[in-house]
Design a protein around this ligand. Structure first.
Ligand code: GDP
Length: 615
């Protein structure tokens, strides 16, 4: 009896694990949740794309009901009160959840399309899951698309698989094997869940169909099994409050509300709460704690249930005054009678001030605006990463207004290529759009970080090309020549030369440096531009040093006959001929042709050519 009582008490002390769904776009995340929930969120959404975070609470009875088809072979006992599933738009928010303390997310479902295998966002998700040491299960989704699949609605996978004909089974096995190999390439040991003897070491693959519901019972069963067997310690209920704002929403009749996930602890009606706001910390009082009816999601309209107090883990809507400037992704703290309000204000704002302190606001870079603290953080991390390296000069959270465009417009003078606002999952108001068009500020919008990157890179490439075209006339590539012979003395001058250093290009202006024997004063004499190059009577546009061989014929012409110089009078074979650079031409090389100039050519500029500018 004692043991039984103890078990009962333990059960009361376990809280619901929090689960996040991630994966590449279109793998079926929304549909899968939808299937689990048996409602129709996806159809109500534009283009079926998941855009905002919601949370769904599954009481254990509901889970048990769904897993009944599996019998009790795998899981005899359900110790947890339920499951709280957070529906994220992708890995971005998840990064946040991880970085804001490991406690928010206990387990993840990584959805992979069995027909597509591992896609770019899948790999990104895997990286984040490993970095955060977050356990995860793979839903190998869309098995119903295997050619010839006979569906068995809402069935357990193995039962359903047994009913398929041999060709379908072979097709499945082949794709399963491919997936296992793909995971192995990522250094992960992936195993079909029914063969997984070591849940701690191997990643379980659960074949599912979000359309027919097959494999969904298996997925739920494994979620419960994994969390209660391996994470019971992390799921001990503690009274310390852990709570995060998922969304800030205006609701008719309620004003601005916040949707939060209560990870641990209690919230009460009347609690004094502290959270992050755009203009500093917000301190306010909870007017109402609302939850939707079970098995519905916060965003679906319907009757709310009012609570005097709520125990974790739970997705809750909070009604309170002064939430207009609240920031999604913020932590939420409760200020009790013994707490120092000022301290809590500072603590809650530190997440935001840390982000702002990472941006070089005086420097050159793009402007970044995102919907939540977490997505902003993820975006900044991404832009900073080695593979990307896009500098950021300004950040903000929430919808893009005219003032954000004005701020970005200051970059037009400093570095026009960065006069860009990257908008991640935020609306841009009409005024802002108009202003941007007027000033020439570029706006890129996306709900996936990768897409923002792609847009920016395409824009940059196009920009670079235009700039190169414009710059060609201004660029002067360095060279140093020794005169071997003169073929024509004036207008045009034609010289036989050796390339001592650098590259010869048609269009490069040339000069010689003369020292007046009497005054010892140096003088730069412009010879004109190269208008033709020949090696062995073959004409060329560009000749590099190693290509010069026995000599190059260089034709030089000046803009006018009057200013044209003469070989033998203004200069002769004792003079070294070099590119005639300017400060501007060096800047153009640096900004636009950096990759076309070799190290030794930069040396040539620094050692021989730059000093000419001071003459
Ligand atoms: P998300 O972007 O990951 O949330 O993907 P969605 O849930 O919006 O699904 C993307 C598309 O794939 C939709 O057209 C779904 O109907 C379809 N889809 C999702 N799951 C399945 C599945 O299991 N089988 C089939 N045949 N189609 C699916």
């Amino acid at each position: 009896r004692d043991a039984q009582a103890l078990a009962e008490r333990d059960k009361e002390n376990l809280r619901s694990p929090i689960c996040v769904i991630m994966g590449h776009v279109d793998t079926g995340k929304t549909k899968l949740l939808d299937k689990i929930r048996q409602t129709n969120v996806q159809e109500g959404e534009a283009g079926g794309i998941t855009q905002q975070i919601g949370a769904t609470y599954f009481p254990m009875e509901a889970v048990q009901k769904r897993t009944r088809v599996l019998g009790d072979a795998d899981l005899k006992e359900y110790k947890l009160p339920g499951l709280l599933v957070i529906d994220t738009p992708g890995h971005e928010s998840f990064t946040n959840l991880r970085q804001r303390g490991s406690s928010l997310c206990n387990i993840a479902i990584l959805v992979v399309d069995i027909m597509h295998g591992l896609e770019p966002q899948t790999l990104e998700s895997i990286r984040l899951l490993r970095d955060g040491k977050t356990p995860f299960i793979v839903a190998l989704n869309k098995i119903d698309r295997l050619y010839g699949w006979t569906p068995m609605k809402d069935g357990g996978f193995l039962q359903s698989f047994d009913q398929q004909n041999r060709a379908v089974q072979r097709e499945f096995e082949k794709r399963l094997a491919d997936t296992v190999v793909a995971f192995a390439e990522q250094g992960l040991n992936a195993v079909p869940y029914y063969d997984n003897k070591n849940l701690g070491k191997n990643v379980s693959l659960v074949p599912t169909s979000a359309h027919t519901g097959e494999g969904v019972p298996d997925l739920l069963m494994l979620l419960v099994k994994l969390t209660q067997e391996r994470m019971a310690n992390n799921l001990m209920y503690i009274s310390t409050l852990q709570c995060t704002v998922l969304e800030v929403k205006v609701i008719e009749g309620l004003g601005t509300t916040i949707d939060v996930v209560l990870v641990n602890g209690y919230l009460h009606e009347g609690d004094k709460i502290v959270l992050c706001g755009l203009d500093g910390a917000i301190v306010t009082q909870v007017r109402a704690l609302l939850t939707p009816q079970p098995m519905k999601e916060l965003r679906i309209k319907g009757q709310y249930v009012h609570h005097k107090q709520i125990k974790a883990a739970m997705g809750i809507k909070i009604v309170a005054p002064d939430l207009e400037k609240a920031i999604a992704g913020s932590r939420l703290l409760v200020c009790g009678p013994d707490d120092d309000e000022e301290e809590l204000r500072e603590e809650v704002m530190s997440d935001m001030t840390n982000l702002f302190s990472r941006v070089d606001s005086g420097g050159r870079g793009v402007f970044v605006q995102a919907s939540t603290l977490g997505s902003l953080e993820a975006l900044l991390e991404f832009l900073k990463s080695d593979a990307v390296k896009i500098p950021v000069a300004g950040i903000n959270i929430g919808p893009v207004h005219k003032k954000d465009i004005m701020r970005c417009a200051t970059m037009l003078e400093k570095a026009p290529e960065f006069a860009v606002v990257l908008c991640f999952d935020v609306p841009v108001d009409k005024d802002a759009e108009d202003q941007a068009a007027k000033l020439g500020v570029k706006i890129f919008k996306a709900d996936i970080i990768y897409h923002l990157f792609d847009q920016f890179m395409a824009y940059k490439k196009q920009n670079d090309e235009v700039r190169r075209e414009q710059a060609v006339g201004k660029a002067v590539f360095p060279c140093r020549l020794r005169i071997l012979q003169c073929f024509a003395k004036r207008d045009p001058i034609i010289l036989g030369c050796d390339i001592e250093d650098g590259t010869l290009r048609v269009g490069t202006p040339l000069c010689v440096v003369k020292t007046d024997p009497a005054t010892k004063k140096k003088e730069v004499i412009s010879l004109g531009k190269i208008t033709g190059l020949e090696i062995n009577h073959k004409s060329k546009d560009i000749i590099k040093k190693h290509e010069a061989g026995a000599g190059v014929a260089v034709k030089i012409e000046h803009a006018s006959y009057e200013s044209a110089k003469q070989f033998g009078r203004h200069f002769d074979e004792k003079d070294e001929v070099v590119s005639m650079i300017s400060r501007e031409s060096i800047d153009v090389l640096k900004s636009t042709f950096r990759d076309d100039v070799s190290k030794s050519e930069w040396m040539l500029i620094a050692k021989y050519l730059k000093p000419l500018l001071d003459i």
